[in-house]
Design a protein around this ligand. Structure first.
Ligand SMILES: [Zn+2]
Ligand SMILES: [Zn+2]
Ligand SMILES: [Zn+2]
Ligand SMILES: [Zn+2]
Ligand SMILES: [Zn+2]
Ligand SMILES: [Zn+2]
Length: 420
């Protein structure tokens, strides 16, 4: 959660007691003034506008809204079923086409229906087995399902170096279809049992329910058939790695709730790797106290919008994990060094501070220790004797308060003048 004044209330059973939108059960939010149901996945009301005040949940108006959203939920489930049926029907055909406009597979006979659409003809094995790499464009909706596909260099590091450090029998990929499809490439296949949980319904064209489920990571809701996943996959899982790549605006506590729901009742030991920007560390530590941030800059494909807002610091995305940091090999040997004090790899630019007893840089740029603040701060900051903290030049809090005071003095004078 990134808003301190709003809490999520998990006291009810969300599956049975909460109204649903197209993203599954809503969450119950609590602020100092009200309690209300709203979408678990979208904070932007323009993307999903369900809003039911808790006290008025039985009113006529609320019931109408609940019913309307329930219809949308049902429609989405039916859409998934149609895609799944098509997949089965088409899997034995030799010429299958994929329409990006409709997000559907189709056959030669239906080509005229998609004549003006953006489609790929006669899918190759490669396109069929690695849809994210060869076929699908990342979804760009800002908060809900903004997708960023990992760069191939990062995926290769992740699979060949990082995953070989553990002894997991299974890997559950949540919201990271690129990692999932690479784990299933012939050279890695059979090393791990893998399963994908993702809200992107386009993927149902390529994977059966033995390999993936449509899933919302912010309420733990599953939209497609769970028989294989629960009865076979999770049933035979003893020690798994959960890899999760959530949209940046999501509620971390809701995420923690979903993960807990997935594994806690089943006696499965697990490790977690979560991808998020370094500046969300505070919220991640709040929801997942056992996760530590690694220094590695995680790169995504260049066509994602994230690439455009990277600046001089490079990618802001990091891995947060409960795997022992000393077991995580560096992304490369050029930009990272081993810190024997911290027992982990850190960026070359991240200097160990013996006062803080840690390599303290968060964004990868140099930090320095301030004896007066008793902690490390960004190197361009200077300790200010007026407000007694380190800050950038011309950003003194006392100066700004003084300025606003002066302003309001002027305002006062103007008022006095007017009143005369
Ligand atoms: Zn919604
Ligand atoms: Zn079409
Ligand atoms: Zn260190
Ligand atoms: Zn320090
Ligand atoms: Zn200072
Ligand atoms: Zn100051």
């Amino acid at each position: 959660m990134t808003n301190a004044s709003i809490e999520v209330d998990f006291s009810d059973d969300i599956e049975t007691d909460h109204p649903r939108c197209v993203h599954g059960p809503t969450l119950l939010f609590r602020s100092s003034t009200e309690r209300f149901f709203a979408c678990s996945a979208c904070r932007d009301r323009q993307e999903c506008d369900i809003y039911i005040p808790y006290e008025k949940r039985s009113s006529k108006a609320s019931k109408r809204i609940i019913k309307q959203h329930a219809i949308e939920y049902k429609r989405f489930k039916e859409h998934i079923q149609t895609i799944q049926k098509n997949r089965v029907k088409f899997s034995k055909q030799s010429h299958i086409h994929y329409c990006s406009t409709c997000s559907l597979l189709f056959l030669e006979v239906n080509q005229s229906e998609h004549a003006d659409h953006d489609y790929s003809e006669s899918l190759t094995r490669r396109q069929y087995h690695q849809p994210c790499r060869y076929l699908l464009q990342p979804l760009e909706k800002k908060r809900t399902n903004a997708q960023f596909f990992f760069s191939q260099t990062f995926i290769d590091y992740f699979i060949t170096k990082l995953l070989s450090q553990g002894s997991w029998d299974s890997i559950i990929c949540i919201g990271c279809p690129t990692i999932f499809e690479n784990l299933n490439r012939p050279e890695h296949k059979n090393k791990f049992r893998t399963y994908l949980l993702d809200y992107d319904h386009r993927l149902c064209s390529f994977y059966s329910s033995k390999r993936m489920l449509i899933y919302n990571m912010f309420n733990g809701h599953i939209f497609s058939k769970t028989k294989f996943f629960y009865g076979q996959f999770l049933f035979n899982t003893k020690n798994c790695l959960i890899v999760i790549d959530p949209p940046f605006g999501g509620f971390h506590r809701a995420l923690a709730y979903s993960i807990d729901k997935l594994v806690s009742s089943r006696n499965i030991t697990h490790n977690l790797i979560l991808f998020n920007p370094y500046f969300l560390e505070k919220w991640i530590s709040d929801a997942f106290p056992s996760l530590k941030m690694l220094d590695y800059k995680v790169e995504y494909t260049s066509n994602s919008s994230l690439h455009l807002c990277r600046g001089k610091k490079g990618s802001p995305v990091r891995m947060f994990t409960d795997i022992c940091p000393s077991k995580c090999p560096p992304l490369d040997d050029v930009n990272y060094k081993y810190c024997f004090e911290c027992n982990r790899y850190t960026l070359l630019t991240n200097q160990h501070c013996f006062q803080c007893q840690s390599c303290t840089s968060k964004d990868g740029l140099p930090y320095k220790h301030c004896l007066l603040c008793q902690r490390c701060v960004k190197s361009e900051r200077v300790h200010c004797m007026k407000c007694n903290v380190c800050h950038l030049k011309d950003q003194c809090m006392t100066e700004t308060t003084k300025r606003t005071c002066q302003m309001s003095d002027k305002e006062e004078n103007r008022k006095k003048f007017k009143n005369k």
